[in-house]
Write a protein of this length. Structure first.
Length: 200
């Protein structure tokens, strides 16, 4: 039976993904304050006063089996610098998506995103036996689209007016994915080579 264990910790390449809990409220507040990330309309970063509610929502989704949320700890500093999740888990097709991802501004465009994605993809394909891993992002979030494409993901298409932004406007959602065959053929090596060469 396909099941994603919500208690697993993933570690490697200078990062550790730890299961999110209420005890992480203050650390996530500090991480989000680095760049005031809640002011961006294309992200799901909580405002300072909404951090506990953000955690509670993630834990409720986890209890329903549709999301597994982690906090991201950068091991050199020991600090929690952001968050990421598996979500939209579909056991019938062995599919997970990676999302709800954000990092403190000072850690953006560093090794952190590639390192986190490598561990998430290794766990998804090598441990869970996923057939496909997906991503979705706002059609106006070109930085996120570029980051996903650098991972080696394929653009699947655009779902028009798929979600509401925090400012009340509707967003078109760009969908990406990597299959298990693509992971083995090119994507695994692409990510490890980038980290080995120091390319963000």
């Amino acid at each position: 039976m396909f099941r994603v264990d919500p208690t697993v910790t993933l570690e490697g390449r200078g990062v550790r993904l730890e299961p999110m809990g209420r005890e992480h409220e203050e650390a996530l507040k500090l991480a989000a304050a680095d760049g005031e990330l809640w002011t961006l309309t294309v992200t799901s970063v909580p405002e300072p006063g909404g951090t506990l509610a953000y955690i509670e929502t993630a834990l409720a989704d986890c209890a329903r089996g549709v999301r597994v949320p982690w906090v991201v700890r950068e091991l050199g500093s020991g600090r929690i610098i952001g968050s990421t999740s598996y979500h939209d888990i579909v056991p019938a097709t062995r599919r997970v998506e990676i999302g709800y991802t954000w990092y403190a501004k000072s850690w953006q465009r560093t090794f952190v995103n590639t390192a986190c994605k490598l561990r998430l993809l290794e766990h998804a394909f090598d441990t869970l036996g996923c057939s496909v891993v997906g991503w979705r992002t706002d059609n106006t979030n070109f930085r996120s689209q570029a980051a996903i494409e650098r991972l080696g993901a394929t653009k699947d298409g655009v779902i028009r007016r798929q979600a509401a932004r925090r400012d009340g406007t509707f967003r078109d959602t760009v969908m990406y994915s990597v299959t298990s065959e693509e992971w083995e053929a090119t994507v695994r090596r692409r990510l490890t080579d980038r980290l080995d060469s120091g390319t963000a």
